[in-house]
Every structure is written in C-alpha cells, then in structure tokens.
Design a binder for this molecule. Structure first.
Ligand SMILES: [Zn+2]
Length: 305
C-alpha cells in the first residue's frame, strides 16, 4: 500500500469561504499519518503534457498552465485558478498516474492519492466544479495506452456525478464507468438512461437516501456490473461528500459505508485485477468526516484481497 501526495496541492488557493480549501487535504494527511504511522508516502511527479493530452484538449492545458495568474481568477462561479494552481493540478494528476504505474509494475497492489484540486468534473475541454484536470481519467487512459490494459474500471462514489469522467470515456469500451450519486444535485448529469456505449452505469440516489439505499445500489446493480466486466485495474474516485456531516449534500452516509464498499471493490480486484486498486481523493467538505472516512477507506484498501 502506498500513499501519494505533494505539498503543492496545499497551495491551490481558492480564496476565503470556498468549500474546496487547503484545510481539507491537511485534515486527510494528518489523519492518515496518525492512523498509519508506518505508511509509505511518495511525492507525486507532475503529469506530463502527453499524459494530459490523452484526455484533455490543448485549449484546457493552455487555460490551466499558461494563464499564469498573479491573483485568483474565476474560471466559472465555483472553479478558481490561483498563482499556484497549475502546479497543484499537475501534481494531483501526476499522483494518480504514478500510483497507477506503481500498482501495474510493482511493488504495491494498492495506492491512495491524497491530492487536490479534485478532478472528476473536468471534461476534455472544460475545468469546472472545483476541478482543473481529470486525474482519474488521465490515469485510466495511461493504463490503457501505456500499460496495454483492455479493461479498466472507474468507480465513482463521490456524492456528485463525475460528468467529466463519464463524458471522456462514454464511447471508449476499454473503460467502465460506475457511479452512485445524489440527484438532484450538481452537475445534473448521471441519469439512469445515460449508458454511453453500454460502458456507463449510473445509480442516482435521492437526498436522504442513507446507508441501506447506498449499499443496495452497489450490491444489486453496480458491483455485479463491475464483476461481469472483469476489470484488470480498479480506479476509484473517492469523494466523501456523501457523509451525513457534509455541508454540500444530503446523502446521509456513514464512514462505515465507505469501508464496506472499499472492501467489496478490493474483493472484485482480487478476483480479476490481481488486487490492483488506485484511489484518489475527490470531494468531501466536512473536515471531521474527511478524517474519519479517509482512514476507514485506506484501512479497507490495506486489507489483503
Ligand atoms: Zn463531490
């Protein structure tokens, strides 16, 4: 088990009062250091332009990397580019690529990327929803193109639908995208009838759904689809904003729900993917919930498949 992060991720400055703030990552890092003092930590490299261009347009790279703002600029009402954001975005995406390399070629089978900004809302050409580059999409494309994998699963249990990840892969049969999320909620995608080329499966849940509805969506619908796909690698968009304490959503989950789902994902990976799971932090906006859920998630990732 490896963890990847980079100090630049703490310097992406979204400004006063913004939910996606550096303290989120500090909370996760502090909690993981306390809970797992022997954990191997790795400093994330930058994603390369070639890696980013597998899923993003040159135009988005120019916006994020060449704007070089001297103060914060708003790319949209939610999404901020600060002087240090380009470096943070490169390291956040680079972490997921490096972690993927580590599980594909050794020495580990599982990895967690404690990074920000998050990524799953970023589309091929647009930064949105706090996200600049879609790190999990960059890593999935890397695993296919560079690692030669034919079946990569992206599991998204963030409370928001990962519209960017879905849009990038909805016509790429090498990637299966599975998501549970609250609906209605930002970004108002992820309806049941959005199936891509049969490689997309969405399980929208109503506000207040709670643990039982969340677990049955995974147990009855999403996990059977994952098992049938026989993924060679499992990538996880790990947002903890479905927790009952979270201020941005009302899904009413508990930390134990994330541990339960993580154990199930590790079991599927053990059957088909040589146990290989790479998880990346996406959302989660209550600091106590982030601490508790990230520890529960990483503990479950560590358990042997
Ligand atoms: Zn979210």
């Amino acid at each position: 088990m490896q963890c990847w992060t980079h100090p630049a991720c703490l310097r992406h400055d979204t400004g006063p009062g913004h939910a996606e703030r550096p303290e989120r990552l500090s909370a996760v890092l502090d909690a993981l250091h306390v809970a797992f003092p022997a954990m191997g930590w790795h400093e994330a490299p930058r994603a390369t332009r070639g890696q980013l261009l597998r899923v993003h347009t040159q135009g988005l790279l120019d916006t994020v990397l060449e704007t070089m703002p001297t103060q914060r600029v708003q790319l949209d009402p939610d999404t901020i580019l600060s002087p240090d954001s380009a470096e943070a975005a490169l390291r956040a995406a680079g972490a997921v690529v490096a972690a993927t390399e580590a599980v594909l070629h050794g020495p580990t089978r599982r990895a967690f990327c404690a990074v920000r900004p998050p990524g799953h809302h970023a589309t091929a050409d647009t930064a949105m929803g706090f996200c600049l580059f879609n790190g999990i999409a960059v890593a999935a494309a890397h695993a296919c193109d560079e690692g030669g994998l034919e079946r990569v699963a992206v599991i998204d249990f963030d409370v928001h639908h990962g519209n960017g990840t879905q849009a990038i892969f909805e016509h790429d049969p090498r990637v299966l995208y599975l998501s549970s999320h609250q609906m209605p909620l930002y970004p108002d995608t992820g309806y049941r009838d959005e199936r891509g080329d049969g490689n997309v499966l969405n399980a929208p849940l109503p506000p207040g759904a709670g643990s039982a509805a969340f677990r049955s969506a995974w147990e009855d619908v999403l996990l059977p689809a994952l098992d049938a796909f026989k993924p060679q690698l499992v990538l996880v968009s790990a947002g903890f904003d479905g927790h009952w304490r979270d201020p941005l959503a009302q899904l009413q989950l508990q930390a134990g729900d994330y541990a339960w789902l993580t154990r199930a994902l590790v079991a599927v990976a053990g059957r088909h993917a040589r146990g290989r799971v790479v998880s990346v932090l996406e959302g989660g906006y209550d600091l106590d919930a982030l601490r508790e859920c990230s520890v529960a998630h990483v503990a479950a990732l560590q358990d042997a498949a």
